[in-house]
Design a protein around this ligand. Structure first.
Ligand SMILES: C[S@@+](CC[C@H](N)C(=O)[O-])C[C@H]1O[C@@H](n2cnc3c(N)ncnc32)[C@H](O)[C@@H]1O
Length: 408
C-alpha cells in the first residue's frame, strides 16, 4: 500500500491533534501539518470517492459562497436576462423564434444594462472562483509539488511527461478564464477539478458526471475491449470512470497539459487504480496504428480550433483497430445548434468574455461529415446529454451521440 493510501480517519485525527498543538505556538504551514500527520496532502480528507477537500475552511467557505452565488445566478439572473431578451426582441418587432444574424443579436443585446449586469456578475464570479482556488494551491506549493513528485515514482499505472514538447498557441489560452489555462500553472489539475465542480452546482464530488457518461460509452460491436483511450483527459475523472467500467482493460488518458496529467496520476495512485497517462497532442499521438478498441473524449472538442478537431478525428481513425469505436462527447456533437437569440447571445458572452476562444469554430465543425471523410461508418450511439437543442430531431426526439465505427 502506498503512503498516500492511508486510513484517512487516522490522518484526520493526527492532523487535528497536530494542528491544535501547533496553533498554540504559531500558525503552522499546511506542509508542516501534513508532515506531522506522517505526510498526506489531503489533511482534511476527501468528499465522496474522488474529491479532495480544499485544504482549509476559509477557502472552502469562500468557494461555497462563490459557487452558491453562481448557482443562484444560473437560476435567477440568467432567467431574468432571458426574459429581458424576449422584451428586446419585441421592442424591435422581432418574433421570439425568428432567426437573426449574430451581429444583430450582439448589437441588440450587448449594451442593454440588464444583459450587461448578467454578464459582468457571471464573469466576476467565475474569476473569483478560480482566484480563490489558485491562491490556496500556490500558498502551499511545496506540499503539492511533493505530492505529485512522490506519486510519479509510484504505481499502479504510469505517467509519461514530455517537457520538450512544443505547446501550440491554440492550447495555451486561459479557457473559461482559468488562470494559466491547462498548461501555464503547475497546479492546473487541482485548480480545474475544484472550479469544474462549481459548474456542476458543487455536486460532482463523486465524479458523477463523468461516471454517468462512461456508462454510456459503447463497446465495439464484437464486444472486445482491451485498450481504451480518453483524449484531453484533464484531471482524469473520465479516465478513472472508464477504468471502473472496463477494469480488465488498459486505460489511457492523454492531455497536452503536464499539470493536468500530474494531478490525474497522483489521484489514480491515491485510489490504487491502474490507469496510464501521457502528455501529448490528441491530433499527433505517439500510439501505433490500430492500437485501441475504444477512443472517447469529453468536452475536448469545443476547446479546439476546427482544423485541429479534424486532425483528432483522423488520428483516432489511425489508432483505432478495425471494428473499434470513436465516441466524441461534447455539449453537442453536432453542427451549430438551433439556439434562441438569447442562447446565441450567451454563446457570444462565452466567447467574448469567458475566453472560450474556439467555441464558434467548434459550432462550425461538421463532425459527422469529417468522420465519414476520415473513413468512419457514422451511426447514432446512446444519448449522452439531454437538454441541448442540438441533440434533438425536428420532431423533438433526443438524438443519440454521433459515433464512428472503423470498418473491419
Ligand atoms: C474541458 S477539459 C476536459 C475534461 C475531461 N475530459 C473530463 O471529462 O473531466 C479539456 C482538456 O483538453 C486538453 N486539450 C486541449 N487541446 C488538446 C490537444 N490538442 N491535445 C490534447 N489535449 C488537449 C486541455 O489541456 C484540457 O485538459
Amino acid at each position: 500500500m502506498s503512503r498516500l493510501l492511508k486510513d484517512k480517519n487516522t490522518n484526520r485525527r493526527a492532523f487535528l491533534l497536530a494542528g491544535s498543538a501547533a496553533a498554540a505556538v504559531a500558525a503552522p504551514s499546511l506542509k508542516a501539518i501534513a508532515e506531522a500527520a506522517e505526510w498526506d496532502a489531503e489533511p482534511r480528507g476527501t468528499v465522496g470517492r474522488f474529491h479532495e477537500r480544499l485544504p482549509n475552511l476559509l477557502v472552502e467557505s469562500e468557494q461555497d459562497f462563490y459557487s452558491g452565488f453562481r448557482d443562484w445566478h444560473t437560476l435567477e439572473i440568467i432567467a431574468t436576462s432571458q426574459r429581458r431578451a424576449l422584451e428586446i426582441l419585441k421592442e424591435n418587432g422581432i418574433a421570439p423564434d425568428e432567426k437573426i444574424p449574430m451581429e444583430d443579436v450582439i448589437a441588440l443585446m450587448e449594451n442593454d444594462p440588464i444583459m450587461g449586469m448578467s454578464v459582468l456578475t457571471w464573469e466576476n464570479t467565475q474569476q473569483a472562483i478560480w482566484d480563490t482556488i489558485q491562491r490556496v494551491y500556490h500558498e502551499n506549493a511545496d506540499l503539492y509539488f511533493d505530492e505529485m513528485e512522490a506519486a510519479e515514482k509510484m504505481g499502479p499505472g504510469s505517467i509519461e511527461l514530455h517537457p520538450e514538447m512544443h505547446i501550440p498557441q491554440y492550447a495555451s489560452y486561459e479557457i473559461h478564464l482559468q488562470p494559466g489555462g491547462y498548461v501555464g500553472d503547475p497546479f492546473a489539475g487541482y485548480i480545474y477539478v475544484h472550479g469544474e465542480n462549481a459548474v456542476f452546482f458543487n455536486g460532482n464530488h463523486q465524479d458523477n458526471a463523468q461516471r454517468s457518461l462512461a456508462r454510456r460509452v459503447p463497446a465495439p460491436p464484437d464486444g472486445k475491449v482491451n485498450r481504451v483511450l480518453e483524449q484531453g483527459c484533464s484531471s482524469g475523472q473520465f479516465t478513472l470512470a472508464l477504468k471502473d467500467k472496463w477494469p480488465e482493460a488498459e486505460v489511457w488518458g492523454t492531455d497536452v497539459g503536464a499539470p493536468m496529467i500530474r494531478y490525474a496520476h497522483q489521484k489514480s495512485v491515491d485510489l490504487g487504480m491502474e490507469t496510464h497517462y501521457m502528455q501529448e497532442l490528441s491530433e499527433e499521438s505517439r500510439f501505433p496504428d490500430e492500437h485501441f478498441d475504444v477512443i472517447t473524449n469529453n468536452l475536448l472538442y469545443h476547446e479546439l480550433p476546427e482544423k485541429i478537431g479534424i486532425g483528432v478525428i483522423e488520428e483516432s481513425f489511425r489508432t483505432l483497430r478495425p471494428g473499434g469505436i470513436f465516441f466524441p462527447i461534447d455539449q453537442y456533437t453536432e453542427n451549430a445548434p438551433n439556439m434562441t437569440a438569447f442562447g446565441r447571445f450567451w454563446g457570444w458572452r462565452d466567447y467574448r468574455w469567458n475566453e472560450e476562444v474556439w467555441r464558434f469554430e467548434y459550432e462550425n465543425l461538421d463532425m459527422e461529415g469529417e468522420m465519414r471523410k476520415a473513413g468512419f461508418e457514422v451511426v447514432r450511439g446512446p444519448v449522452v446529454r439531454r437538454g441541448n437543442r442540438g441533440l434533438y430531431s425536428e420532431d423533438g426526439r433526443p438524438l443519440g451521440n454521433v459515433m464512428g465505427i472503423k470498418p473491419a
